[in-house]
Design a protein around this ligand. Structure first.
Ligand code: PLP
Length: 415
């Protein structure tokens, strides 16, 4: 899709988000209305998602409005949902892939290899050979061993030196694992030059779930230093990759800080790309879970009754983000038989036999909830479905029902 057709389709209505929520709720209710948990086949009541592709579309327009200089390369790892990828491919974004199968999935959509960055600084040798065979040239590195590996298997690759950032204000810190510190970057660039490798850019990531917009400012200024070091070594770097870490809530202030830092430090001739993941998909996915069991037990110490609800999804399923990603689950009632509005404190638990499998320690819900009732959770699109397991024999493949609350997304997806 070109810019012109995007503008034609970009009539996002003011109430698009609200409409998306209503649409999502209608579809959630429609699906559960068809399930009688007393008689349904085993697994028919499994948790499931409703995904509003209109929300992904709105996030894309919001990006284009606020970060004009930065071309997004969606981080597939965050949620490799085929419809999300299809929509973003149609909207013309690039893609950040971390593995052979992510590269394959994106190429199978007909995306040109030049729109992909293999953004994993420590790559599997055979995957580097695979990238070479597919013509996926852009890739990151942050250490000398990786340079020797690339020299052997893909000497013409276009390399981005990933630098360390201060990610202390992020939910998921990445800098313990990746990123070259500024006191090593000159040596790495010199080695790359000696090996006759093609370094074309710098990348960074301020940490996933970042909360301090200023971390972008510092990272951009550090990237400028590395651009200058590269020039001293004889490279003319063309691209800066500002990574991911964008949050839906803080997006405008992050975009503001980042845009200013870019304008102050990089001329418009430098191509700027980003690798947003969570930003694009978190709010688009809503998860419905069934209450499969409950237990009321009296704490002998306090004599208080604890109300425990057991769901058919937990931290080994779509709630792994509670552990890996430090997320907090916010349940809402989708359907209940009890008509009272009595507010009750519950703890919510997953279905496995593991004690760690707790969805929330305490939450207040209005009404008496029972086996067969349904809860739903919004903001479940990032780092959820992609990291489910089959632990205890539960499914790792939950249904997704797709809707679109934006005509622009509907036009691209045909629904
Ligand atoms: N790029 C890289 C290299 C990553 O490791 C990640 C997440 O871990 C992302 C992009 C996406 O980050 P986010 O979902 O915070 O935007």
């Amino acid at each position: 899709m070109n810019e012109k057709s995007l503008r034609v389709n970009s009539t996002v209505s003011d109430n698009g988000k609200e409409y998306g929520k209503t649409l999502t709720k209608d579809v959630l209710k429609g699906r559960i209305a068809a399930i009688d948990t007393d008689t349904c086949a085993a697994g028919d009541e499994d948790s499931f998602f409703v995904a509003d592709m209109g929300e992904v579309y709105r996030q894309h327009l919001r990006w284009k409005m606020n970060l004009k200089r930065v071309k997004p390369h969606y981080a597939v790892k965050c949620n490799p949902d085929p419809e999300v990828l299809r929509l973003l491919a149609g909207l013309g974004t690039g893609f950040d892939c971390a593995s052979k199968s992510e590269i394959e999935q994106v190429l199978n959509l007909g995306v040109d290899p030049s729109r992909i960055i293999y953004a994993q600084p420590c790559k599997t040798k055979s995957y580097v050979r695979f990238a070479f065979e597919c013509g996926v040239k852009q890739m990151t590195f942050d250490n000398s061993d990786e340079l020797y590996k690339i020299k052997r298997f893909f000497p013409d690759a276009e390399l981005f030196l990933r630098i360390l950032t201060d990610d202390s204000a992020s939910l998921c810190r990445l800098s313990d694992k990746f990123g070259a510190s500024l006191d090593t970057t000159l040596d790495l660039l010199t080695l790359a030059k000696d090996l006759e490798l093609n370094v074309t850019g710098v990348s960074f990531h301020v940490g996933s779930g970042a909360s301090d917009p200023q971390s972008f400012d510092k990272a951009v200024r550090d990237a400028r230093i590395v651009f200058d070091q590269a020039a001293d070594v004889g490279y003319n770097l063309k691209t800066l990759d500002v990574g991911g870490g964008f949050s839906g809530d803080l997006f405008e202030s992050m975009a503001d800080v980042l845009s200013k830092a870019l304008d102050e430090n990089f001329p418009t001739s430098v191509r700027i790309i980003g690798e947003p993941g969570r930003y694009y998909v978190a709010s688009a996915f809503t998860l419905a879970c069934n209450i499969i069991a409950r237990r009321d037990f009296q704490d002998p110490a306090t004599m208080e009754t604890n109300y425990m609800l057991y769901l058919n999804d937990g931290v080994y399923g779509n709630f792994s983000s509670l552990i890996f990603d430090h997320q907090i689950a916010s349940p809402r009632i989708l359907s209940k038989r009890d008509r009272s509005n009595r507010s009750t404190e519950y703890s919510l638990w997953g279905p496995s036999c593991d004690g760690i499998d707790r969805v929330t320690e305490t939450c207040t819900l209005h009404g008496v909830l029972d086996v067969g009732d349904w809860l739903y959770f919004e903001e479940m699109g990032a780092y959820t479905k992609c990291s489910t397991t089959k632990f205890n024999g539960f499914t790792d493949n939950h249904d997704v029902l797709y809707v679109s609350s934006e005509p622009g997304a509907s036009a691209l997806l045909n629904y």
